[in-house]
Write a protein that binds this ligand. Structure first.
Ligand SMILES: Cc1cc2nc3c(=O)[nH]c(=O)nc-3n(C[C@H](O)[C@H](O)[C@H](O)COP(=O)(O)OP(=O)(O)OC[C@H]3O[C@@H](n4cnc5c(N)ncnc54)[C@H](O)[C@@H]3O)c2cc1C
Length: 486
């Protein structure tokens, strides 16, 4: 620690992609007093928890990588989940941050008392730190559907994020509820292994066809030999996905129309049966919901042992799913690919700010934060992938990296002693929220679909500006948006 700088103690909560990133970046910045709290027994977050067949990233692997840790070994354009988990384990080990992690200990509460954060964990451990980095995840808490008789099912039933590897899938009659990216990946991966596959669809999805070629040994060798090639590819992909991000926030953009045309052509050319095609055709615009990327879903759902069930679900019975037309779809295994509680963020952890006000109370209506990072009255507490941040079809790693560089600049204020407490002002948060809500009107997410992006008011809980603007905002904090105390 350089002379004249305040030594700070840090707690990072969560050892997923964002928590690992935070530990690495803090270390690089010269910090040594860091503990990463992780409630599970391993790092990895999303990629530790999701082990379902067919799981892969849906942005190219060479973009879904830390900018400081390019990986010449990616096997495919969109690599499988287990490889992504192994990547995070490797990067954490290589950067020497695994030793900072305290596994199997959930942080239950954080309270800001006399200028410092007091933490208490589920195992009764207590800690006092200066700065909390909340990297607790977004797509983390499984959402279970409210269907009558759910618990009465006689076969094996689990959420896609809690896949039971002990259950025999081969030759089974399997039901999948949910048609998001996960449901589509599972159907495509399982159809050739099972006796019968029934996909229960409430909402049809637009599917963007994207091939998933394997990298050849020659390509990997070239990437190993020339790191510059990888960095260039990362930068190129970031640019392409930046254009996509700009398209979704402008529902009238030519790019979004081009995406719609590609999805429509995919449906028209892949599904000859007009009746099935009609049932697979969404009644809303492409990219209104998170765009599903798949090279083979339409093939999979047209296999003789596959059935698309669009009749509503009446209830679940011991033998299977009864649809509203009275038919019982007999099943051995039922997979709930029904997504996540997307507005939990740091909860249920109890976070109490300066005046005894909890985040739970502040977020009673809905979660909010200035630039998704800082909350008024909750000093020295910074979130990665917090409320209303970018969540479109692009790399959340890039988002977290930009957010962390911003947070580091706020931490710098504490280290230099310019202040002892820093949090966004209410005025800054309210002004940002008003501008954000206004900007959502022009986005594709507001063109008439039900999606997990929409909050209780029907407003997309996301970044409605361009990715270029996100980069700009993250480049340097506007200090007048922050309240500081010395
Ligand atoms: C199936 C699936 C596919 C995805 N594909 C992509 C993709 O292709 N591209 C993309 O950009 N994003 C994708 N995502 C989003 C993905 O969640 C993020 O990219 C990223 O992994 C999130 O990292 P994170 O560290 O913010 O959160 P998480 O990975 O959720 O990690 C949060 C960690 O915090 C821990 N934790 C939470 N609360 C506490 C507590 N109180 N105390 C201690 N520990 C706690 C959790 O156990 C977890 O390990 C996908 C998500 C899912 C579910």
């Amino acid at each position: 620690m350089a002379e004249g700088r305040r030594a700070l103690r840090f707690a990072i909560i969560g050892a997923g992609m964002a928590g690992i990133l935070s530990a690495i970046k803090l270390r690089e910045a010269g910090e040594t007093d860091i503990t990463v709290y992780e409630k599970a027994d391993r790092l990895g977050g999303t990629w530790r928890e999701n082990t379902y067949p067919g799981l892969s990233c849906d942005v190219p692997s060479h973009l879904y990588s830390y900018s400081f840790a390019p990986n010449p070994e990616w096997s495919h354009r969109f690599s499988p989940g287990a490889e992504i988990q192994a990547y995070f384990e490797h990067v954490a080990r290589e950067h020497g941050v695994v030793d900072l992690m305290r596994f199997g200990d959930a942080v239950d509460s954080c309270a800001f008392v006399d200028g410092r954060w007091q933490l208490r964990t589920a195992r009764g451990h207590r800690d006092v730190v200066d700065v909390v980095i909340a990297a607790t995840g977004v797509l983390h808490r499984p959402r279970y559907p409210e269907i009558e008789g759910l618990d009465s099912f006689g076969g094996a039933m689990f959420h896609s994020a809690r896949w039971d590897q002990g259950v025999e899938i081969d030759g089974a009659r399997i039901g999948v509820v949910g048609t998001g990216s996960t449901g589509v990946q599972i159907v495509s991966a399982l159809v050739d292994r099972v006796a019968r596959l029934s996909l229960f669809q409430r909402t049809a999805q637009w599917i963007l066809p994207q091939e998933n070629p394997a990298y050849t040994d020659e390509q990997k060798e070239a990437y190993r030999a020339d790191g510059e090639q990888l960095r260039e590819m990362h930068a190129h992909l970031a640019e392409v996905f930046g254009m996509f991000a700009a398209a979704v926030v402008d529902a009238d953009s030519p790019q979004i129309k081009a995406i719609e045309e590609m999805c429509l052509a995919n449906l028209e050319s892949s599904v000859p049966d007009p009746e099935l095609r009609a049932r697979l055709r969404p009644d809303y615009r492409a990219a209104c919901k998170r765009l599903v990327i798949s090279p083979n879903f339409y093939d999979a759902i047209q296999r003789p042992n596959a059935e698309l069930v669009t009749e509503g679900i009446e209830r679940i019975e011991p033998g299977g799913i009864r649809t509203r037309d009275g038919r019982l779809h007999e099943l051995d295994v039922l997979v709930l690919a029904t997504g996540f509680e997307t507005n939990a963020f740091t909860r249920p952890m109890m976070v109490t700010g300066r005046d005894g006000m909890s985040l739970g109370e502040m977020w009673a209506k809905r979660p909010n934060a200035y630039l998704s990072i800082s909350v008024p009255g909750v000093p020295n507490f910074f979130m990665l992938n917090g409320p209303n941040g970018p969540v479109g079809n692009f790399s959340l790693i890039e988002v977290a990296e930009l957010q962390f560089d911003y947070i580091l600049q706020l931490i710098e204020e504490l280290q230099t002693g310019r202040c002892r407490e820093i949090s966004a002002t209410r005025a800054a948060m309210d002004a940002f929220e008003a501008e954000r809500v206004d900007a959502t009107k022009h986005t594709i997410w507001m063109t008439g679909c039900r999606s997990w992006y929409l909050d209780d008011r029907g407003i997309p809980a996301s970044w409605p500006f361009s990715f270029a603007r996100f980069r700009e905002e993250m480049a340097a904090p506007r200090m007048d948006a922050f309240e500081t105390r010395t």
